[in-house]
Ligand binder design. Structure first.
Ligand code: SF4
Length: 303
């Protein structure tokens, strides 16, 4: 079915079923275009709990839909493609974290929201790329900290807070596709462009950047900056999002190959099918949901 007809079918089904479509900033352009709300994973999950609709079609990856289900336990949260996972979130299991906690008894566990519900359930405080510094600073100086799964986000925040962290060795494969030479070449081609990169990149890329920001931060920064051209060091979907928001400005991907294959598993066909069947639902078992909710809420109390 042509894209335009699929989009019409989705809009009709959405109305009939009383559903709302949430989409992450990394989603493919056709999904961004039919979404009711776009944002980063935590903003969308928070939104899920406050929206009037009972049915949430979450266009993103598994841990994001799980977080929405944790924060909105009475709603039906549907992930149109259940195999859309996050390799970084899957790099640490609950068993791995338990073993690390045994090696560092008394340490405070901070986990990036890009982690599974089982891992969050063993966590003291979650964090995002936007509030990681504040979350680390909330821990008394005499307490050790376990941080995961992203070693690059952790190392960057450790440098800013001057704290030593026990880092888990996880990373985002998509952000590792960005390489310094490409950024240098783009800088030469676009003098005056601002290089903004996501803290999930490795230190070689971070060293090339003018500013490190999460996706929400990039949106705010690009909107308020006087600059007209930006080199964007994160997943490619963000370039579409920024270009649509600020058509008068120019956004250039730091790498055309920074594509998250899992984010791209969501298609219009799958969204339409999910609206027809109201499946597959993402469910988080009661005790896991309760414990992981506490770790997320502790983070929101900090900032
Ligand atoms: S871009 Fe990286 S961190 Fe985000 S979902 Fe894909 S693999 Fe996970």
């Amino acid at each position: 079915m042509p894209e335009i007809e699929l989009a019409q079918r989705i809009r009709r089904l959405k109305k009939e079923k009383g559903a709302v479509i949430l989409a992450h900033n990394y989603q493919p352009p056709p999904i961004q275009d039919i979404a009711d709300h776009l944002g980063d994973s935590l903003d969308l999950s928070r939104l899920a709990s406050t929206l009037p609709e009972e049915i949430i079609i979450f266009c993103g990856v598994h841990f994001m839909a799980e977080t929405a289900a944790i924060l909105a336990p009475d709603k039906r949260v549907i992930l149109p493609e259940p195999s859309a996972g996050c390799p970084m979130a899957d790099m640490i299991t609950a068993g791995d974290l338990r073993a690390m906690q045994l090696r560092h008894p008394g340490a405070v566990t901070i986990m990036y929201v890009n982690s599974t519900a089982e891992v969050k359930a063993l966590t003291d405080i979650c964090c995002t790329s936007a509030n990681v510094v504040k979350v680390i600073e909330s821990v008394p100086a005499d307490r050790e900290i376990i941080f995961g799964p992203d070693r690059y986000l952790g190392a960057w925040a450790a440098g800013l807070t001057k704290r030593e962290l026990h880092l888990w060795n996880g990373y985002c494969p998509t952000h590792q596709r960005i390489v310094p030479d490409e950024i240098r070449k783009l800088r030469r081609e676009h003098p005056g462009a601002v290089v903004m990169v996501h803290p999930e990149v490795n230190p070689l890329i971070a060293a090339e950047a003018d500013i490190l920001l999460g996706t929400g931060g990039m949106i705010r920064f690009a909107g308020s900056s006087d600059a007209g051209t930006f080199i964007v060091g994160t997943e490619l979907g963000m370039v579409y999002r920024l270009s649509k928001l600020y058509p008068g400005k120019r956004f250039i991907p730091a790498s055309e190959s920074a594509i998250c294959p899992n984010m791209k598993k969501i298609t219009l066909e799958k969204v339409a099918r999910s609206l027809e069947t109201l499946e597959p639902v993402i469910r988080v078992p009661g005790p896991v949901a309760e414990a992981s909710r506490s770790a997320i809420l502790r983070m929101t109390q900090i900032g």
